[in-house]
Unconditional design. Structure first.
Length: 85
């Protein structure tokens, strides 16, 4: 079985200096709450960018309220854990 880049797992593990058992444990781990939240935030940012006709840069995207993500403040920055708007 190979990776998405068609590199055998055994070779990838040897090059990275990790055991195959560690790789499979990492690959099969459940998704964390942080990973879910980051995925939601990425989707929200992508949607804001697309809705702008691909014209908004990071300063404007940052000022647009989050959609589909628990908003902790004003704009995308407010959606980031530990961020101060």
């Amino acid at each position: 079985m190979g990776t998405e880049h068609r590199i055998p797992h055994r070779l990838a593990c040897q090059v990275l200096g990790v055991s195959e058992s560690w790789f499979y444990k990492w690959r099969d781990k459940p998704t964390t709450a942080r990973e879910v939240r980051r995925g939601q935030l990425t989707a929200a940012i992508r949607q804001i960018f697309e809705d702008s006709g691909a014209t908004y840069g990071s300063p404007k995207v940052d000022r647009v309220p989050c959609r589909g993500v628990a908003d902790r403040g004003v704009g995308v920055r407010g959606c980031l854990p530990g961020a101060h708007a």
